[in-house]
Design a protein around this ligand. Sequence first.
Ligand SMILES: Cc1cc2nc3c(=O)[nH]c(=O)nc-3n(C[C@H](O)[C@H](O)[C@H](O)COP(=O)(O)OP(=O)(O)OC[C@H]3O[C@@H](n4cnc5c(N)ncnc54)[C@H](O)[C@@H]3O)c2cc1C
Length: 416
Amino acid sequence: MNQSETAMQKFDVVIVGGGMVGASLSLLLNSYMQQGLSVALLDAQSISPQAISNLQMQQPSFDERTTAISLGSKRILNDLGVWSYMEKAATAIEHIQVSRQKQFGRVRLHADDTNVEALGYVVENKHIGVGLQSGLLQQKDLTIFAPVTVKKYHVADGGAHIELINESNQCVVLVCDLLVLADGANSEGCKQLGISQTRYDYQQQALVCNVSLDRSHDQWAYERFTSDGPMALLPISGNRYALVWCMSTENAERRIGLSEQAFKAELQTNIGFDKGRILKVGQASAYPLALVQASEQVRQHVVVLGNAAHALHPVAGQGFNLALRDAKALAQIIGQQLSTAGNVNGLKHYLENQKQDQAITTHISHLFPEKFSEPGLHWSIARSLAMTLMDLSPTAKRLFANQAMGLVGKVSAWRP
Ligand SMILES: Cc1cc2nc3c(=O)[nH]c(=O)nc-3n(C[C@H](O)[C@H](O)[C@H](O)COP(=O)(O)OP(=O)(O)OC[C@H]3O[C@@H](n4cnc5c(N)ncnc54)[C@H](O)[C@@H]3O)c2cc1C
């Protein structure tokens, strides 16, 4: 068949984007697929057993980064049967310390104090990809179109139409009751449907690499606010840390170009010596940082999800965790509506349920880096005092811990 011969296929739900969030939604819909819900998942990159076994998935979600998975997210992934693939590569976070470089005041959280197995887990994204994609390939009722190029989106009263070109250069039109756009922060789907994505540029980049120190990490994760910008040191396998260090674009470009010795020296100054001496740093890469928010998340026959709906500053490690809670809440609504999944009243109900969680998580992720780097003595004293008081207040610590662990929003969204 050539491009002029167009095939048409109908589904209840079409998910565009098989990154962390689109793949998770697909898995969350599995039980409804067994009740007859028809679902298709599209991605621009292929999804194959070979890529999974060689850790060579091409989706941007599954690159060299690491992700802090909250306890709530781990429970969702466990229920989906995919945590077992990630578990071997996961490091439990038993303690978290939030502090400021050269300032008094810090907050410390311990899993033991909150009676949980761990405050969260750190997993290399490639292993998250192995888990999610292995799960996808086992979904016998799911139709996967990957790799494809989506040409056109059109939404009318009867549903959404997605025109795509597949690997064999065939033109295929998918018609569905619900189109889920999980195609990332530069969503082509949003653009074509006239849904604007506002972008607040932090004028910062996140420099990401692995770091080995001469002391054991003992399952401690550190959030540190330095004069350059916020950084996170997350414990990972092999007694290493995954570093996420946010700084001006200029500094990121300069530091990427440094020799390992010079980079180690600058990093050591910023993390201090209490965690040990840096032995080795891995290959560093940089990610430009912006808060991206879709102007609309639901309309008749359409939902915008994941980074396409809200891409957050990574310092608090909340982007995927929030999107996974969204996906779980959305799957429940789809399960109630089944063949009328795109009914806007149900979709509005989904958004109403998630609004508070989205607002709190977005504000925390935005205010942390902004307020903690505000110059001036008054701010500096206020922040140090706030951290000291929080460290002394069990209630404030519990609220903070619940947010970090993803045990927020509607209880049914995270309880196993
Ligand atoms: C440095 C850094 C560290 C982070 N750390 C954490 C953390 O510790 N914890 C946490 O919770 N979050 C973290 N995040 C956020 C997390 O990475 C994102 O929330 C997550 O990757 C969003 O996934 P997504 O599936 O929505 O989007 P994406 O990863 O962008 O995936 C979009 C998918 O859509 C596909 N696609 C795009 N366009 C098309 C098209 N036209 N047709 C078909 N397919 C298409 C792409 O191939 C891709 O697979 C971090 C982010 C950064 C930058």
